[in-house]
Design a protein. Sequence first.
Length: 279
Amino acid sequence: AKSQGRGNFQFFSAAMNVATHERLMLENRLWLALEQHEFELYLQPQVRLADQAIIGAEALLRWHHPELGLVGPDRFIPIAEESGLILPLGEWVLQQAATLLASWRARGLGHLRLAVNLSARQCHGAGLLPQLDRLLAEHGLDPALLELEITESAAMQDPERSRKLLRELRARGCKVAIDDFGTGYSSLSYLKLFEIDRIKIDRGFVKDIESDPNDAVIVAATIALAHSLGLSVVAEGVETAAQRDFLRAKQCEEGQGYLFARPMPAVQFEALLAAPAEQ
Ligand code: C2E
Ligand code: CA
Ligand code: CA
Ligand code: CA
């Protein structure tokens, strides 16, 4: 039993080493990746549920790693967050987003809204607002077309600071959405603390709308609560027509998910806009 225990430990330790090794490898490369232009913003359409018209997109980071290929943000955002790289990376994302909005306007796509994810560090650092002011002025952007998504858990790390930040963002005319709504915090009291425009219902609730009556009730109640507070609602992770129909019946304004489209490169998103909508 003792030697078996030891064996297990060695196995565990080897697995740990692989994880640590991958982490170190990614972390080392990550700093270079920004310089080498290995990042790309993918866009996932957001649609109006009433008619499935594309009203905008969420920007989602992708990393073209020279050996690993396309790496998703779940694998590198936590590392970037811990190592501090998230600050320059987040600035790059915002700058790309501003450039994209400006190019859309120049090409007659000036009605599209772009949502950008903010990390906790970005929200609590001092650089965000000055950068935003610079970008809005430089590109002459309509701030209402830029939506900033902040997760419930990031906002609750420092509620007072977040309250001020969200207020500043909205004072500039930008839109603010609470991301992953319902996952992070056990109390809804922050909804009266924060000035926001929109709630994004987490995929975890949408997923089981059809099979779990509790999730159906939670989603319906969340939509009703948001509306009673004057907020609009986007549902994440919509994968089936039945989920869409449920959300539509509950007056959820917008949806995002594989049913409509996966995240894709910007050129592909723009091509999709030009294509006739399928029914
Ligand atoms: P998120 O903000 O909750 O983004 C939604 C995630 O759900 C995306 O994963 C998207 O690809 C995925 N998704 C969308 N529709 C569906 C669906 O119908 N089914 C399923 N199963 N998944 C769907 P992704 O792109 O891997 O991003 C993961 C997370 O990484 C994001 O979660 C966000 O927290 C973070 N992230 C992405 N880009 C950025 C960024 O520029 N800055 C920061 N700070 N975080 C980012
Ligand atoms: Ca998001
Ligand atoms: Ca989300
Ligand atoms: Ca999420």
